[in-house]
Design a protein around this ligand. Sequence first.
Ligand SMILES: [Zn+2]
Ligand SMILES: [Zn+2]
Length: 465
Amino acid sequence: MKLPRTALLLACAALLLRCAADPTATSPRPPTAPPAAPLAAAPAAPDTAALLARLDAALPADRLIEWRRHLHQHPELSNQEKETARFVAERLREMGLAPKTGIARHGVTALIAGGHPGPTVALRADMDALPVTEEVDLPFKSVATGTYEGRSVGVMHACGHDTHTAMLLAAAQALMAVRAELHGNVLLIFQPAEEGVPAAEQPAGAEAMVQAGVLRDPEVSAIFGLHVMAGLASGQIGWRRGPLMAAADRFEIVVEGRQTHGSKPWNGIDPVVVGSQIVSALQTIVARQVDLVREPAVVTVGQFEAGVRNNIIPERARLVGTIRTFADDMRDDIHARLKRTAEQIAAASGARAVVTIERGYPVTRNDDALVDAMVPTLVRLAGDAAIETRKVTGAEDFSYYAHEVPAMFCFLGITPAEKLATADSNHSPRFVVDESALPLGARALAHLAVDWLAGEQARVTPPAR
Ligand SMILES: [Zn+2]
Ligand SMILES: [Zn+2]
């Protein structure tokens, strides 16, 4: 059965808008904060500057686009990235690397061992696509189909993970050209299933990669990741200290009433009215009860199902929604308030509310010291277009790596500036990537790794007398 487009969009939304996609769905403007104080470009030491010049010269810009188009034309759904993983491993072997495959199903890692001893920094890309039917007429448009929750669906790289994979491959090739000069190692992480999987397949994606030990063999000391963002202009790189993307938790409230004739409501307990009261009351959690000056939060009811006919008051109603938060204690607090609100409103009418909350991806938190150390690298690459971005209420499973080691996640603009107002967001069937922005993303990954290793080397090496 082929899903209608609206159903596909709903299915996509049901993935909890897990990526950087949703902020731009409500606002076509780039999510920029008020201008921050100007930051100096990275003061690369002379030998590092020469190394970076050689690294840039080795960046395979043509192959980057070729790889991205191949991946775009051959998308695979979460936990089904078999051919994508094979493609990635083949490219890595061509570069002289020895990839490990089959990690957390289809994950691939490879270690670029530096010519000198030192710590290990990781770079991460995600590889999965979405159950979306592409509507953009590109020569490399996806016409792929797949099976999602038992249904046949179109499959598209509507979140841009094809570009993440291609950019990390290009960064890898550039890093290999300067490998002998590196004081330390670069671990490449190509992960599956960022967009989320059914409960039966969990844990998956980054959570499963972490559990498989990818950050421990060798020990990773810092990690960087990048996400393309339709709401930022090509050439822009967005960065932010602290919480960057939200925790996303799913909740379900089943209101149990008592079924009766619609003409005689006093003979039953109406779960539709009780459910409506709960929907309204849940809005007061964010509007009236939590400290919004501290961190923003969102409580959304996305599904309200009840009844079959105009003159029957049904037995039960079902509400399903999402909670977005940026601090762990606020997350727990809102969970408790939601449960209490639903249960006690139901009790007031003689109904019962059964509340289930499934914890999804945690907050994606950037390490302040790491961001402060690395922003000059972004400024060197992008100049004034390296901007401090606002928080994003979408979620990312990069958060699992960030929970383990100091991490920095950035956004890469991929929309021509003149199209920002009308560009379709990530997850849209009309999502388009301006490929001219991709070499900057690949360079950003490689430069972050090189500069971080150089910074560590400078930190542990006593100054020459
Ligand atoms: Zn996504
Ligand atoms: Zn994504």
